[in-house]
Design a binder for this molecule. Structure first.
Ligand SMILES: Cc1cc2nc3c(=O)[nH]c(=O)nc-3n(C[C@H](O)[C@H](O)[C@H](O)COP(=O)(O)OP(=O)(O)OC[C@H]3O[C@@H](n4cnc5c(N)ncnc54)[C@H](O)[C@@H]3O)c2cc1C
Length: 365
């Protein structure tokens, strides 16, 4: 079978794109270099409540509900923000559910197969298949091969490390730990029933500090009697923090759409990217099917949709992140006021000095 749309990556963005493009009538092949997409899990597994309205994969993988966010500044008492509702999911089950939906929609799926390059004439070879797709969707994560080939790599990445620990009492909030030591990132404790994901992210040049910082946070929570000492499921990964790239480009004659982390849609402050991956993947899949059917303005419409949906919130997050990082670059350390300005739960975050109130950004779902 020849292929209209080749999708690289079967995470939330790629699987959502595959389902949407196949539903719209395109001949779709989606490939992932992993034998089992979504495994091993590299995620803290929180999604906003609104994502359940976009995909039934949330309900099919739900572990527990989240009612609020609790933010600890330094060693201070937590500040509870009630309107951060969401769901803790089993990320492996979530990704598998999205792949099932893509297959049910009629997409062809190949796992254990990587894309390494695209020939100058637009020919693509994956495993034993040679094809000339009209459109390639790069849904291949933070270090996207498709983005690199199109000259659209992510501008900045953060590094994260995470363990899973026993949770000694039930908890209904995502806990966030901010401190000047955690350069360009934060610590988190996200409950999932009787255990919790405990992690930490920082800028790449501080990656050597990830392990000791996470051990310190773990020891502090053990002393407080909140979590047990056993650590399982060590994981980590890279998180785009530079804002949107692309999302439209070309590799020779092949039109390219980027989606999810490949398009830099992960929130540069929180690192959350699952919801944006699902939504951008769906939009990219629909646009690619239109392009394959000869609607040439579908790529521009896709770019416009993403800029409308994510431009303001990503722009604000990038500016607040840059302001925070400038305090380190100037040889200092951020004060508590600096840290508050750079965290979404505090009202100071929205007081963006560089923008008029009319352009103030709201967080999309
Ligand atoms: C430690 C950590 C914790 C996180 N916690 C959260 C959280 O709690 N909530 C949240 O919303 N977000 C979280 N994120 C971010 C979230 O995981 C990503 O935003 C999300 O996975 C993006 O989905 P995606 O489909 O764009 O990319 P991915 O999920 O990265 O999927 C990309 C896929 O492409 C495949 N691939 C890559 N290169 C190739 C290639 N050349 N050929 C074929 N296949 C390829 C990969 O194998 C992978 O399966 C976290 C990230 C990290 C690292």
């Amino acid at each position: 079978m020849s292929v209209d749309v080749l999708i690289v990556g079967l995470g939330p963005a790629g699987a959502s794109a595959a389902a949407a493009a196949a539903r719209a009538g395109a001949r779709v092949l989606a490939v992932d270099r992993r034998a089992e997409p979504g495994c091993p899990v590299q995620c803290a597994e929180f999604v906003p409540a609104a994502l359940a309205g976009e995909t039934s994969a949330v309900a099919r993988s739900a572990v527990q509900e989240i009612a609020a966010m609790e933010t600890c500044l330094g060693t201070g008492a937590p500040v509870r923000t009630p309107d951060f509702r969401g769901v803790m999911i089993d990320r492996a089950r979530f990704d598998a559910a999205l792949v099932e939906d893509a297959l049910a929609a009629g997409a062809e799926v190949m796992t254990g197969v990587a894309l390494h390059g695209i020939d100058p004439d637009g020919t693509v070879v994956v495993a034993d298949r040679t094809m000339r797709p009209r459109v390639v969707i790069g849904a291949d994560g933070p270090r996207s091969t498709v983005g690199r080939l199109a000259g659209l790599p992510n501008r900045a990445l953060a590094e994260a490390r995470q363990i899973t620990v026993p949770l000694l009492a039930p908890h209904d909030a995502t806990d966030i730990f901010l401190s000047a030591d955690i350069e360009g990132g934060y610590g988190w404790l996200f409950p999932r029933g009787e255990e919790a994901n405990l992690g930490l992210g920082v800028v790449p040049h501080a990656r050597d500090r990830l392990k000791p910082l996470l051990e310190d946070l773990h020891a502090r929570l053990v002393r407080q009697g909140r979590v047990g000492e056993t650590a399982t499921r060590l994981t980590g990964g890279k998180i785009p923090v530079g804002g949107m790239v692309g999302p439209v480009g070309r590799i020779g004659p092949v039109e390219v759409l980027l989606a999810g982390d490949a398009a830099g849609l992960t929130h540069p402050i929180t690192g959350a990217g699952i919801a944006a991956a699902v939504l951008s993947g769906r939009l990219a899949g629909e646009a690619a099917a239109d392009m394959a059917a000869g609607r040439s303005d579908a790529a521009d419409d896709y770019a416009e949709d993403l800029h409308d949906l994510y431009g303001p919130s990503l722009g604000l997050a990038v500016r607040q992140r840059q302001a925070l990082m400038a305090t380190y670059d100037n040889g200092g350390q951020p004060t508590e006021a600096d840290l508050r300005r750079a965290w979404i739960a505090f009202p100071e975050y929205r007081q963006d000095k560089t923008q008029t109130p009319a352009t103030e950004a709201k967080e999309p779902a």
